[in-house]
Design a protein around this ligand. Structure first.
Ligand code: IMP
Length: 436
């Protein structure tokens, strides 16, 4: 019953979509376990680029069952748009399943997200404004509607009638006095009925499905969205998302038990990026940052926002490896650093005049940290054609070795370009019984 968790070790956008897609050949089921359409996974196959927000990237393989687990917040409009877009491109989506227990993002959730961010002004989180936080709030408050409610419009209508007055009052208090259809009972009820009809064949008991697959000895991949440093409990609060992207989140959100997970693959980029507000100790605001952002096409898949860029940081990397119990790492976008005269790696912080090796528990402490760098010679050659470690220039190999040493976990996959084929497999990964 092997299960692998794919988890982001930074602030999201580490290239988890490519990792999942690369490993997908070996597995029968790919499960999303948290987040919603705030995520954006880009997969490049030949001349085709697929951008997915909700449907797990395994959908591109006919043998895979892509599952949206109970821990995900689902905007049905996005899900339907994505399914239709995939169908239009000839992809078979009949195996896509969405948990009956996943919570819905309804029109008032993005409206609340936007209104709250507008009020926070200078202190805003910089959310994707997809309604993620407000939907998770309703889940915790036991006010949310779930995917199963799409199949029972009468019960959905009762629950809506109960919740809408509260939403109207909240929006008014947040300064949105004209929320229109976002809180229109009739309009939302009509949407629910239509969404239910369209999604009916895809709604399932996802936990049972996952457990049956594990019982049958099949290999499951649990696909995290966002990253460790955006984790609600373990990230740089309050500049975090409202779910648990860490590997532990795969148990609650994906419906697997801790001991059913036997591999945690951490994913990171050769450098760091962050979207939205919050401390970013190694941020580069100079020409080097500009160059990395441009070469790396660091623009958000979901919002189109330019990502902030910086050097890789071993301090949160060590923290993320421990917290997630990472057993192996995929390093992405090493090719983007080609042509830089030198590459820096932050190895510790200076906080209030003291050297600190540990990720600070408090956001205020983190905000006062300045980076202590180790400097590495750069390499000028393009490396996109490299397929073995020895194909890389010595300087690139030394940088990879330093990252691996800092992380304390083996880098087994190394990506040198967006395509599936542009990947160096460093160590032979175990092939499991029941997988492909
Ligand atoms: P939310 O998830 O939309 O509430 O946004 C909270 C924070 O997480 C913001 O800083 C977002 O920019 C960030 N965030 C959310 N989803 C992603 C993602 O998929 N990649 C990178 N950052 C994200």
């Amino acid at each position: 019953m092997p299960a692998t968790v794919i988890v982001g070790l930074q602030w999201g956008d580490e290239g988890k979509g490519k990792t999942t897609d690369f490993l997908a050949e070996q597995v029968s089921t790919v499960v999303r376990y948290q987040g919603g359409d705030n995520a954006g996974h880009t997969i490049v196959i030949g001349d085709d680029t697929f951008k997915l927000h909700l449907v797990p990237s395994g959908v591109l393989y006919p043998h895979i069952a892509p599952v949206i687990g109970p821990g995900v917040v689902v905007n049905p409009a996005t899900l339907i748009r994505e399914l239709d877009g995939l169908i239009a491109r000839g992809i078979n989506v009949s195996k896509v399943r969405v948990s009956h227990a996943a919570h819905l993002i309804l029109p008032y959730h993005p409206a609340i997200d936007r209104a709250r961010e507008a009020r926070l002004a200078g202190a805003k989180v910089g959310t994707t404004q997809r309604g993620i936080g407000p939907a998770y709030e309703d889940r915790a408050a036991r006010l949310g509607l779930r995917v199963e409610d799409l199949l029972d419009p009468a019960s959905a209508a009762t629950r809506l009638a109960r919740v809408l007055p509260e939403k109207r009052a909240l929006l008014a208090a947040l300064g949105d006095t004209n929320p229109g259809e976002a809180v229109d009972e009739v309009a939302i009820a009509a949407l629910i009925a239509a969404w239910g009809e369209r999604l009916r064949p895809h709604i399932a008991d996802a936990t049972d499905l996952v457990q049956r697959a594990l019982d049958a000895g099949e290999h499951i991949l649990l696909e995290g969205a966002q990253g460790t440093l955006l984790d609600l409990d373990h990230g740089s609060y309050p500049f975090v998302t409202s779910s648990n992207p860490i590997a532990g989140g795969a148990t609650t959100g994906g419906g697997v038990a801790p001991l059913q997970i036997d591999e945690v693959m951490g994913v990171m980029k050769a450098y760091a990026t962050r979207v939205g507000s919050g401390p970013f100790t190694t941020e580069l605001t100079d020409a080097t940052g500009e160059r990395i952002a441009t070469e790396g096409n660091e623009v958000g898949t979901t919002t189109g926002r330019r990502r902030r860029v910086g050097w890789n940081d071993a301090v949160p990397l060590r923290y993320a490896v421990r917290l997630n119990g990472v057993s192996s790492i995929m390093l992405n976008k090493l090719d983007i650093l080609s042509g830089l005269p030198e590459v820096l790696l932050c190895v510790a912080y200076e906080i209030d005049g003291k050297r600190v090796d540990r990720w600070p528990a408090s956001g205020a402490e983190l905000a006062r940290a300045t980076p202590i760098y180790e400097r590495f010679e750069g390499w000028s050659e393009p490396i996109s054609g490299a397929r073995r470690m020895n194909d890389l220039p010595g300087a690139a190999q030394r940088y990879v070795a330093a990252l691996e040493e800092a992380a304390g976990a083996p880098i087994v996959l190394l990506s040198v370009g967006p395509e599936r084929s542009q990947t160096i497999e460093r160590a032979l990964r175990r092939r499991r019984a029941g997988g492909r």
